[in-house]
Design a protein around this ligand. Structure first.
Ligand code: GLN
Length: 492
């Protein structure tokens, strides 16, 4: 196995090839860099490239594999890409914003550190929507990202670069963050697996905050088994994040062999919304039938407040972001616009540094939190959030997991959704999961109009392994997803 034969391989396949001595971590890195350079003028998935660091990491990984053999960790020597909201010591981290351009974090975040501890090889930071606000990756201050299935279309957002880097065969896995769907939705649009763990399961230390009560880090991969491996590496308590859960992490791999026979799966009727494209509906319904044929019982369930999720989210997330982004003031990080007075410096820096969507959210959030409006908006939204949470709890007393579409549509053309409200609608099916803090995954389930469709599996809090088990059973029965044209091109 060498060169283009390494493009599009999974973490498990690369790990086996490394441990049997067929390839070295240096070979894997060379192939990843070659594919990145072949595709990225069209895809724009990468911001910082970290080749020197990666070569050193690959060298150390090869030494470790030589020393530890089969005992080397599963991610040792395997290339990875990191969403540019994740801090990696000494490497420029911009959150795709101009306001912190040039910021080199003095420390590495916990999830990233846990990958490094296994011997991961970081090939770069990935493009995303500015401060993770968006659903199409068109809000990046640097460049929009192209979908590897059709580069004129969006990859989804906000972790579009992380999804595209896997779909384009540059890396077998990447990390993203999901506040309202930003891992699952781009995974769906790019035809890869994307997993948002239970809130509190993966430490947020070193993740540039958007909305702290919703943000969660998770992986993109080509298979559910690979997702389980990455999840296992990054999950678990971290004293550096006060919202990190002390609950022990169950082994996500053993359950993968158990199948879904006898499991009760619920299909929430409110997730089959008006704007659901017929091709998406058909692919998801076929996937649900596959799960039924594997021995799961499938029943309709109701989550009546689903349609309130979007408006609730668009109060809570902007409120939290208006507070989190107050720290970017031209004093401590990145950009500073020259000015005669301190107040003018703040104003000019924030005006020049933040993009339109970020400003819109800061204004919305400041308004919702201001005295006189706090009760009418913010407190009300928190109450609705509790209702949404309780509805999920009731449904999970009836069924083991939920299956539904991830995104109402397939990837749309860049520039097609200029109206912010139309863009916000992309996440109607993913946002309730964040509001309730649940684990959710998107797994490829076929195509509509030649573009990938995702099946979403949702579980109760801390039943992350169960979500992976259902997704894996479906994926195995349905057969491996097709690879994007950019992977096929490299192999040709
Ligand atoms: N698209 C949603 C938003 O713009 C979700 C973003 C996210 O999950 N980071 O807020």
């Amino acid at each position: 196995m060498s060169g283009s034969g390494l493009i599009g391989r999974t973490v498990v396949e690369m790990g086996a090839a490394l441990r049997s001595g067929q390839v070295t971590a240096a070979d894997l890195l060379d192939a990843a860099i070659a594919q990145r350079e072949r595709v990225d003028a069209r895809v724009h998935a990468f911001l910082a490239r970290t080749d020197d660091l990666a070569r050193e990491q690959a060298r150390r990984a090869d030494e470790r594999i030589a020393r530890e053999g089969e005992a080397a960790p599963p991610l040792c020597g395997i290339p990875v890409a990191l969403k540019d909201v994740l801090c990696l010591e000494g490497v420029e981290t911009t959150a795709s914003s101009l306001i912190i351009r040039g910021f080199r974090p003095p420390y590495t975040g916990t999830a990233v550190q846990r990958l490094l501890d296994q011997g991961a090889v970081v090939v770069g930071k990935t493009n995303c929507d500015e401060f993770a606000m968006g659903s199409s990756n068109e809000n990046s201050a640097y460049s929009p990202v192209g979908n590897p299935w059709d580069v004129e279309r969006v990859p989804g957002g906000s972790s579009g670069g992380s999804a595209a880097s896997v779909a384009a065969g540059v890396v077998p896995y990447s990390l993203g963050s999901d506040t309202g769907g930003s891992i699952r939705q781009p995974a769906s649009l790019c035809g890869v697996v994307g997993f948002k763990p239970t809130y509190g399961r993966v430490s947020r230390y070193g993740l540039i905050a958007f909305a702290s009560s919703l943000d969660q880090i998770g992986p993109f991969t080509q298979t559910v088994e690979d997702t389980a491996l990455v999840y296992q590496a990054i999950a678990g308590h971290d004293p550096l994040d006060s919202t990190s859960a002390p609950t022990p992490v169950e082994d996500p791999l053993t359950g993968l062999r158990c199948g879904v026979e006898g499991m009760r799966l619920g299909v929430p009727r409110e997730y089959f919304v008006d704007g659901l494209e017929p091709g998406v509906r058909a692919a998801v319904e076929t996937a649900v039938e596959v799960l039924r044929s594997l021995g799961a019982s499938v029943e309709p369930v109701s989550l009546p407040s689903t349609d309130a999720g979007l408006s609730t989210y668009y109060i809570i997330a902007p409120a939290e972001c208006s507070s989190n982004l107050a720290r970017f003031d031209g004093v401590r990080f990145g950009l500073r616009e020259a000015s005669p007075s301190l107040l003018q410096m703040y104003l000019r820096t924030r005006d020049a540094g933040f993009g339109a969507e970020v400003k819109r959210r800061i204004m919305l959030g400041t308004y919702a939190l201001s005295s006189g409006y706090y009760d009418a908006y913010y407190r009300k939204a928190q109450k609705v959030r509790t209702v949404i949470h309780d509805e999920f709890e009731r449904v999970f007393a009836q069924v083991d997991a939920l299956v539904c579409p991830t995104s109402p549509t397939v990837a749309f053309t860049q520039g097609a959704r200029e109206d912010p409200i139309a863009m916000y609608l992309c996440d109607v099916l993913t946002i309730p999961v964040n509001l309730a803090g649940l684990p959710g995954i998107s797994v490829p389930c076929g195509f509509a109009d030649g573009l990938p469709v995702g099946l979403q599996v949702i579980g109760p809090r801390f039943q992350d392994a169960r979500v992976l088990r259902v997704a894996h059973a479906y994926e195995q029965a349905a057969g491996l997803a097709r690879r994007s044209p950019l992977v096929a091109e490299a192999a040709a």
